[in-house]
Design a protein around this ligand. Structure first.
Ligand code: SF4
Ligand code: FES
Length: 367
């Protein structure tokens, strides 16, 4: 019988953990959990070969190993660097890391539009969270951002390439979950873009999982687009006996309406695993089963209490301690300007406007 391999001791942000040889720094940090785990925008533990693209997960190695305790001169991508016995790593305890991460966020946002108010991913966007936690308020970028036309890739998915951060996750899903990948990264460098060759549609039964792995709003569910803001919906765990996939999903409901079906996510924002296998779901479960009667409801989904989605549902709204009145020494806030009194919006003679003629004049003051 072969002897069990000796575990490696690694210390990350002053917390020591024992892991199998061959474990990456990132997975060791996830074992500790919380803020010690570096953020990831391209690595996805359920997709082979992912990682190494975005540099969000950079960490400082201040001692390489017990045998060779020299520090590594440059920051390293934790999703692609294996631990050594006695390694000492700094993540949130390193000024260099925090500074570099702010730089990475700035790079990721160079071309990314700031259209969160109209983006379906808002509220569950990893780039939004990353920008909030590690970004800077301004940008130094002065050039025109690159923009693309929206592209329909298949009946259910819309690609909004302008928002893509080229993490490659969706191409790994297509490679590893479908029989025939028909999309990928075309061109190189500043011209690189995700596209299907001559807009060929993606019609594999598992293509919808690309939407779940996309960390931003570049790939969106056409059956859900603009239907609702995610924080107004109520996530519920449900399952069905599906012949194609695990059938374990989250239903995103508004009242009794099922607005969207997604795979269940774990604490790292990745699909949950069942019996060691990732719980990818098929397109039938995702797009065709939009009635509660199709599902066995298990109960409310546990959402991270920091998430904007949980604010309205399970942890209760936290009122800010300071109200405007408290800040103003007890005085009630006064309306400084009534926008309608300074705009002509309510005093327009619509008979003068192009379109069907009508003699009615709207004037709010006279109503
Ligand atoms: S479309 Fe989304 S998942 Fe695909 S590379 Fe772009 S950001 Fe990543
Ligand atoms: S998560 Fe490690 S490089 Fe992107």
């Amino acid at each position: 019988m072969s002897e069990p391999s000796k575990l490696f001791k690694v210390t990350i942000d002053n917390i020591t953990v024992e892991v199998e040889p061959g474990t990456t720094i990132l997975m060791a940090a996830r074992k500790i959990g919380g803020d010690v785990a570096p953020p990831t925008m391209c690595f996805y533990s359920k997709l082979k070969g992912s990682g190494g693209k975005c540099r969000t997960c950079l960490v400082e190695v201040s001692a390489g190993s017990t045998a060779d305790p020299r520090p590594m001169p440059k920051l390293v991508a934790s999703c692609r660097t294996n631990v050594m016995d006695g390694m000492i790593v700094k993540n949130i305890t390193s000024e260099r890391v925090l500074d570099a991460r702010a730089g990475v966020v700035e790079f990721l946002l160079l071309n990314h539009p700031l259209d969160c108010p109209i983006c379906d991913q808002a509220g569950e966007c990893h780039l939004q969270d990353l920008g909030y936690e590690h970004g800077k308020a301004g940008t130094r970028y002065e050039f025109k951002r690159r923009t693309f036309e929206k592209e329909d890739i298949g009946p259910y998915i819309q690609l909004h390439m302008t928002r893509c951060i080229l993490c490659y996750r969706c191409t790994y899903v297509a490679d590893q979950l479908t029989n025939n990948r028909v999309h990928g990264v075309l061109e190189r460098g500043d011209h690189a873009e995700i596209s299907t060759y001559i807009s060929k549609s993606i019609d594999s039964e598992f293509s919808g999982n690309m939407i779940d792995v996309c960390p931003v709003g570049a790939l969106t569910d056409k059956t859900f687009r603009f239907k609702n803001r995610v924080w107004f919906t109520k996530p519920v765990d449900a399952h069905r006996d599906c012949p194609t996939c695990c059938g374990k999903v989250t239903l995103w409901q508004r009242g009794d309406d099922v607005l969207r079906v997604t795979a269940r996510k774990d604490e790292w924002g990745e699909v949950q695993s069942y019996d060691g296998k990732p719980g990818w779901i098929c397109n039938t479960c995702r797009f065709d089963k939009k009635h509660t009667a199709d599902w066995v409801i298990e109960g409310p989904t546990k959402i991270d209490r920091h998430s904007v989605i949980s604010q309205g549902h399970y942890v209760g709204l936290q009122q800010p301690k300071e109200t405007v009145q408290a800040v103003m020494g007890g005085r009630a806030p006064k309306l400084l300007m009534d926008i309608h009194s300074v705009s002509d919006v309510n005093s327009v003679d619509i008979s003068a406007l192009p379109g069907p003629a009508t003699s009615k004049t709207f004037d709010k003051k006279n109503q």
